[in-house]
Write a protein that binds this ligand. Structure first.
Ligand SMILES: C[S@@+](CC[C@H](N)C(=O)[O-])C[C@H]1O[C@@H](n2cnc3c(N)ncnc32)[C@H](O)[C@@H]1O
Length: 267
């Protein structure tokens, strides 16, 4: 299969998942509509004030986080390649009357759709694993940022993606050695949902992430690793008193997420 065929299959899968996600308790759209932010303390704290800043959200899914940043005062644009996700994001925007622009495109094609540079580029939780390579991704980030602008990401750790679905043994490569093909039913937001699809992912080592950004002129300001997940989105997780989720039997032994802040030094 070529990259376009992988993207087409993944887009179909995300269209199916969006139908399930928007009605799931996992995404809790009811609380979101009642003004609860969908953002976590980590990104809120680490990114800091976004008030009055232009913010581009890459792979925004159906826009809850994008619209939450708008509620924090940012002037937001969200992009995602799932037509259903963007349609749902636009419906939410209209219903809640929150200013936001949403664009349906492949993240690799962002610069063809957006002729603007932003103060902030943001992406989070479950994004780069859908991308076969990071060089063109980092180029898009650099092209989308103003000089002095901030790129912020918070993402699941590649160590998590090395392990089998129940966290019992090492099943996959740490490095981006090959595509991982997966036949799935349900979704992380509703394991019993009546949807079936094939999807294709890639694991990206920390070195690959950092070097792709450095190569395109970004200077790393911080890189943090967390031994927990903000979300109960994997099998066998237990919730700690701090509210965060860890693998049962492996509590605090493995990294589960990382966050990264970088700035663009030169055009
Ligand atoms: C796990 S979700 C994003 C997580 C987000 N924090 C959330 O839960 O709302 C991943 C998103 O990436 C999008 N996506 C996957 N591959 C993409 C690509 N090549 N270009 C643009 N969007 C892509 C999917 O459509 C999906 O909406």
């Amino acid at each position: 299969m070529n990259h376009q065929q992988y993207f087409d299959a993944n887009r179909d899968a995300w269209n199916k998942k969006t139908f399930v996600h928007k009605n799931s308790s996992f995404y809790d759209i009811v609380s979101f509509k009642a003004d609860k932010t969908s953002l976590n303390e980590i990104e809120l704290k680490e990114l800091g004030s976004v008030n009055g800043k232009t913010l581009l959200h890459l792979q925004c899914h159906f826009g809850m986080d994008t619209l939450s940043w708008a509620r924090e005062g940012a002037i937001v644009t969200g992009i995602d390649f799932s037509e259903e996700a963007i349609k749902t994001a636009e419906e939410l925007r209209e219903e809640l009357n929150i200013p936001a622009e949403f664009i349906c495109c492949n993240v690799y094609d962002t610069s063809q759709y957006i002729n603007q540079q932003f103060d902030i580029v943001f992406t989070s939780y479950g994004v780069i694993g859908w991308l076969p390579e990071l060089d063109a991704w980092a180029k898009v980030i650099a092209e989308s940022l103003k000089v002095g602008g901030i790129f912020y990401m918070v993402e699941f750790h590649p160590v998590v993606w090395m392990l089998d679905e129940d966290f019992q043994y090492i099943k996959y490569y740490y490095h981006n050695e090959s595509v991982v093909e997966d036949e799935q039913t349900g979704s992380y937001a509703d394991r019993y949902a009546d949807i079936h699809y094939k999807e294709y992912g890639w694991n990206h080592s920390i070195g690959e992430v950092l070097n792709s950004l450095i190569k395109h002129g970004l200077m790393i300001l911080h890189f943090n690793e967390f031994n927990f997940s903000c979300y109960n989105c994997f099998n066998n997780l237990v919730q700690g008193e701090d509210g965060y989720w860890r693998v049962k039997g492996l509590e605090n032994k493995i990294p589960m997420m990382y966050s990264l802040k970088a700035t663009k030094k030169i055009e």
